[in-house]
Design a protein around this ligand. Structure first.
Ligand SMILES: *[C@@H]1O[C@H](CO)[C@@H](O)[C@H](O)[C@H]1NC(C)=O
Length: 213
């Protein structure tokens, strides 16, 4: 317990500057005012690996053991894939991709397993941030272009304490996940850029964001 508190306070010192979310109460920011627990590095890595396993080795048993029943998953990147890049697809951007564990299981359970590499894991007392990258070539690209684009993503996982006696001491209760769905849609050959020569000549970044006239 002592070690986990020390490990945690070091990270929080950095995190508090970047993302103060304690509503002005300094004690909330330390994570001790709610359930009195603060996750250590091992517990954070376990949460990160659980998230990876949900994508790479999915089973309903796994989902039931690492997610709360009320878990929500927000990912416009996933919605962009589901919608095939179309502005009027089945799920509106900004809405929950999956609004419960049952919904997550119905969606993720029908997907092929997909290996990805964890690049970084950061945590504070109750959330874990994972940075990841798909191996190349992109395993989802069935009709792949000769030169593929690499897909990298970040997921923020909010957790809730689940008890010392549980094999899963922290359960994932919220997933905020974004990744390079543009590259993914390119690798699937759903997006076929027509302006690559112009992009290679481009020097100034802002023009990428300007409306074409
Ligand atoms: C994904 O991996 C799990 C665990 O290895 C396996 O039980 C499951 O059948 C796999 N799913 C698919 C769609 O291949």
């Amino acid at each position: 317990m002592r070690n986990s508190i020390l490990a945690c306070t070091g990270l929080l010192a950095l995190g508090a500057i970047a993302a103060p979310n304690n509503g002005g109460d300094p004690w909330n920011g330390w994570g001790f005012s709610g359930n009195g627990r603060c996750m250590n590095d091992d517990q954070a890595n376990k949460v990160a690996n659980n998230f990876a396993s949900l994508i790479s080795a999915y089973t309903t048993t796994l989902a039931n053991s690492v997610l709360t029943t009320t878990v929500q998953d927000y990912s416009d990147s996933v919605i962009e894939l589901i919608d095939g890049g179309c502005p009027s697809g089945p799920i509106a951007l900004g809405s929950a991709t999956f609004a419960s564990r049952a919904s997550f299981e119905a969606g993720q359970g029908s997907q092929p397993n997909l290996t990805f590499n964890i690049l970084n894991v950061w945590h504070n007392c109750e959330s874990v941030t994972v940075r990841w990258r798909l191996p190349m070539p992109n395993p989802v690209a069935t009709a792949a272009p000769a030169v593929q684009e690499e897909v990298t993503g970040i997921a923020v996982l909010e957790t809730v304490w689940n008890g010392w006696r549980s094999p899963q001491q922290f359960l994932i209760n919220m997933i905020y996940s974004e990744f390079n769905s543009g590259a993914w849609l390119y690798d699937l050959e759903i997006f076929k850029p027509a302006n690559c020569a112009a992009a290679r000549r481009m020097r100034s970044l802002p023009s990428y964001f300007a409306r074409k006239n």
